[in-house]
Design a protein around this ligand. Structure first.
Ligand SMILES: NC(=O)c1ccc[n+]([C@@H]2O[C@H](COP(=O)([O-])OP(=O)(O)OC[C@H]3O[C@@H](n4cnc5c(N)ncnc54)[C@H](OP(=O)(O)O)[C@@H]3O)[C@@H](O)[C@H]2O)c1
Length: 303
């Protein structure tokens, strides 16, 4: 019985940790400052980050710590993911170990619909759970009742120094964007949307550019359960072969060159390191056109 219990505890520990014990590969670029975009808020945002959806607190802590060690400086979480505590621990541990300073790390979280009637408290709760004095970017997680008041609460928090930049998520049309922008005194710095080769936010990207708003891609690789549908695409496969890169790296390089901020998620250290290793090759203009041609206007989610 004791052996059985020990085996269960061991399996549970393995499942909660950021998978595999690999060390940081030496060939991974750490020049994140060169790879950032200037937001309309005056702050810089790294253009490649680490996403934490589906990671529990323990896994999030380990994976965030590892991602920062690899060189990522943008970490994405949300109240809805129930892992702000783990994400905050990973960030604070990396700072304590001298991997990066707080100023160098760009932390994003989101206010979830269940809290749209008490946004000021939601902001305080996220800061408290993360264990941070401020976040770099706070987003409205999705459109919903009272979202305009949520935006106003985020603006107040900017003035109070609790949030540096603010934005919206899952607003897909110029009309959706305008509804928030028209009541805003601070234009959204970022729109975080589903965005991958089969669903490209190109039109929205060109519309919001004039306001200095940047598109950030969630599901940059298609998301859990969908990645193989995109990885097996012939164009992506042939580019992967040409550059001796993985399909994930080709997609992330396309995201980067197309002007999107991408935040691939993973609980596998090999993948986390691989996804950051995209700064030693460049797709040609013709190849970017081929990638653009893959758009099917196909979303995998409908929220
Ligand atoms: N605002 C929103 O509504 C919203 C919605 C969804 C997500 N997000 C944010 O966006 C982030 C990214 O989305 P996501 O994580 O759901 O989807 P994703 O990054 O497109 O895909 C994650 C999937 O890809 C796999 N993967 C990652 N790197 C890989 C590689 N190099 N080779 C092979 N497989 C690889 C992961 O598996 P392994 O774990 O095995 O690597 C996982 O199954 C989230 O983590 C979250 O922070 C926001």
């Amino acid at each position: 019985m004791k052996k059985f219990l020990a085996a269960i505890i061991f399996v549970a520990m393995m499942m909660s940790a950021c998978g595999s014990s690999e060390e940081v590969p030496k060939d991974v670029s750490k020049s994140f400052f060169a790879d950032s975009v200037a937001l309309n808020s005056g702050y810089n945002m790294p253009r490649l980050g680490f996403g934490t959806w589906t990671l529990d607190d323990d896994t999030a802590e380990d994976c965030v710590y590892f991602a920062l060690k690899v060189g990522y400086r943008l970490i994405d979480t949300a109240r809805y993911y129930r892992n702000e505590a783990g994400v905050g621990k990973g960030i604070r541990r990396a700072i304590a170990d001298g991997i990066a300073t707080r100023e160098e790390i760009f932390v994003t979280t989101k206010i979830m619909p269940g809290n749209y009637n008490s946004p000021d408290a939601a902001i305080e709760n996220s800061l408290k759970t993360l264990g941070l004095d401020y976040v770099d970017l706070m987003l409205i997680h999705q459109p919903g009742h009272n979202d305009e008041e949520v935006y106003r609460a985020m603006e107040r928090a900017v003035k109070a120094g609790k949030i540096r930049s603010i934005g919206i998520s899952n607003y897909y049309t110029p009309r959706d964007f305008d509804r928030i922008k028209n009541i805003a005194t601070i234009a959204p710095a970022v729109i975080q949307n589903e965005n991958h080769p089969y669903y490209q936010n190109e039109e929205l990207q060109s519309y919001v550019k004039k306001f200095g708003t940047v598109i950030e891609s969630w599901y940059p690789l298609g998301g859990r359960g969908n990645t193989q549908k995109i990885f097996s695409n012939e164009t992506i496969q042939s580019l992967a072969k040409k550059y001796s890169k993985s399909p994930a790296q080709i997609i992330l390089r396309w995201q980067f060159q197309a002007g999107y901020v991408a935040i691939p998620g993973s609980s596998n250290k090999k993948h986390i390191a691989e996804n950051f290793n995209i700064f030693d090759f460049r797709l040609t203009a013709e190849e970017m056109e081929l990638m653009r041609g893959l758009n099917k206007n196909r979303r995998f989610e409908n929220w």
